[in-house]
Design a protein around this ligand. Structure first.
Ligand SMILES: C[C@@H]1O[C@H](OP(=O)(O)OP(=O)(O)OC[C@H]2O[C@@H](n3ccc(=O)[nH]c3=O)[C@H](O)[C@@H]2O)[C@H](O)[C@H](O)[C@H]1O
Length: 488
């Protein structure tokens, strides 16, 4: 991702802001943070996007017309024992090592403080060492608990941008509410929280609840994810922003603003363009050409696109069972197979699988430009882990019905919410999260065939029209900017 070394004068006459945008080291986070950056820059504001060298190199390029306002500041991750060399995102490490990546991330506190301090000295100093001018805002992710003291020292306003659905923050609740009503058993984590005063689908299956409970306990970084997230209670965190909208998640924004006693506001869905610019991704980039030719030959809306995000804890057994289910389903499919731990994908597939599905099924090993695949006329459904980014892109961006295979974090909440909206079918799971090929095949058939499938597709297209209305979504960014001007 290229960016300029200095921000030119903004296009609009209103006082422009300088906003530092700093995502957690995960593509499901960096991609929406970059989408927000583009929108702020398009409205005449200066953006400094902060990440690490390998991550910024793998992100899609900033459109040329915005490169004068989006500046990239890269910070070198410190080495941490046990973290693979060169690992800079959750896509580069197995799930059990993400805690070490957080420990390395915490090592960016000092270089980030230097970046801010250099900017504070201002003047003709070497721009590369700091910001051209003091930031008005730092928009950070859930993980940077150490940014707040730096921002407070330099009197810079902070906002926490959660690229997760508001449903997750409603489920997690405030620090105070959790201390008053502690969740102690797996069953406690499976139930809707008592502080949501209306019926909701905020429930987890047993395997999901166990993963959520782990977020309340310290990980290899020594800090729990919840203690990082609950830094949003600090007064210097003036806003909480969600990549979402009231149309996508009714009733939650007023509830959260009340629960957290500060504005919890939508940034809108930040829908990517119809055909994302060519660019990297979480790993080795699969050129679309190899995939597009096959898609071009398929009937309209006949293909199930299969992808499980950049960090889902998918096991080799899951991949074999999913492959067998896709084979049994008889459906056409394109599978972007990001193998766990970087193992070669072919080694994980059942013997003879690709030969038996030849003609109707393709496995694209590695990263594909997902938005461009979802935009293809041949794609008619999405088998997904229900990561919020993928859900927003596929359902609200392109109106595809969903076959849902959630794993961790917010994914189970998203799956229940989308099933309740009648736009997808969840694959049944055992208590340990395992699933069966017959259930995968049955869920795929329900979504891609018959009256039920047609009704789901109709509802999905209706959601794209109503919730994915791009004009309305862009207005949320305008409303957010009004708040950034007001609260800075
Ligand atoms: C917010 C949080 O992000 C996490 O990230 P994860 O990468 O798993 O999934 P997405 O949010 O779908 O993000 C994945 C992003 O990677 C892109 N992509 C993925 C695979 C590929 O082959 N090519 C691509 O371009 C995709 O288009 C999307 O933008 C967790 O899910 C979590 O549940 C979710 O709520």
């Amino acid at each position: 991702m290229a960016g300029s070394r200095d921000a030119s004068s903004p296009a609009s006459s209103s006082p422009s802001l300088h906003v530092v945008v700093f995502p957690w080291l995960a593509f499901g986070h960096m991609i929406p943070f970059l989408e927000l950056s583009k929108r702020l820059a398009r409205r005449g504001h200066a953006v400094t996007f902060v990440s690490t060298p390998r991550n910024t190199a793998r992100l899609s390029a900033v459109p040329p017309e915005l490169s004068a306002r989006v500046r990239v500041a890269t910070l070198e991750l410190p080495a941490v024992e046990g973290l693979p060399a060169g690992a800079e995102s959750t896509a580069d490490v197995p799930p059990e090592k993400v805690g070490l990546l957080k420990a390395a991330f915490d090592g960016l506190a000092a270089p980030f403080a230097s970046l801010v301090a250099a900017g504070r000295r201002g003047g003709a100093g070497e721009a590369a060492d700091g910001f051209e001018r003091k930031p008005d805002w730092i928009i950070l992710d859930f993980a940077q608990s150490w940014v707040f003291p730096i921002a407070e020292e330099h009197k810079i306003a902070c906002a926490m941008f959660l690229i997760l659905p508001a449903a997750l923050l409603a489920y997690l609740g405030t620090k105070q509410a959790n201390e008053a009503c502690p969740r102690r058993t797996t069953e406690d984590y499976m139930a809707p929280p008592p502080w949501v005063p209306f019926p909701s689908t905020l429930t987890y299956r047993r395997h999901e609840a166990e993963a959520i409970a782990a977020g309340f306990r310290p990980n290899a970084s020594g800090v729990s994810d919840m203690d990082r997230l609950w830094q949003l209670h600090r007064p210097s965190c003036r806003l909480v922003i969600h990549r979402s909208s009231p149309e996508a998640e009714p009733r939650l924004f007023p509830l959260l603003t009340d629960l957290f006693a500060k504005p919890v506001v939508p940034a809108g869905l930040l829908l990517p363009g119809d055909a994302a610019p060519p660019g990297g991704g979480g790993g080795h980039h699969q050129p679309l050409e190899a995939v597009a030719r096959w898609l071009d030959e398929q009937p309209r809306r006949s293909v199930v696109y299969v992808a499980l995000g950049s960090e889902a804890p998918v096991t080799a057994g899951d991949i074999r069972e999913l492959a067998a289910g896709l084979e049994l389903s008889g459906a056409r499919f394109l599978w972007a197979l990001c193998a766990p731990g970087g193992e070669p994908a072919a080694a994980l597939l059942p013997g003879g699988f690709e030969r038996r599905v030849a003609g109707r099924g393709v496995v694209a090993a590695g990263w594909v430009p997902q938005v461009r695949v979802l935009a293809h006329a041949a794609v008619g459904a999405f088998l997904t882990h229900c990561g919020w980014g993928s859900t927003v892109e596929s359902l609200f961006g392109f109106g595809h019905p969903l076959v849902m295979l959630p794993f961790v974090a917010d994914q189970g909440l998203i799956a229940r919410a989308m099933a309740a909206r009648g736009v997808g079918v969840e694959v049944p799971r055992d208590d340990d999260g395992s699933f069966r090929r017959d259930d995968v095949a049955a869920a795929v058939r329900r979504v891609v065939a018959g009256e039920e499938g047609e009704e789901m597709a109709r509802r999905a297209r209706e959601l794209r029209e109503v919730v994915g209305d791009r004009v309305r979504q862009e207005r949320y960014v305008d409303e957010l900017l009004e708040l950034l001007h007001r609260y800075k």
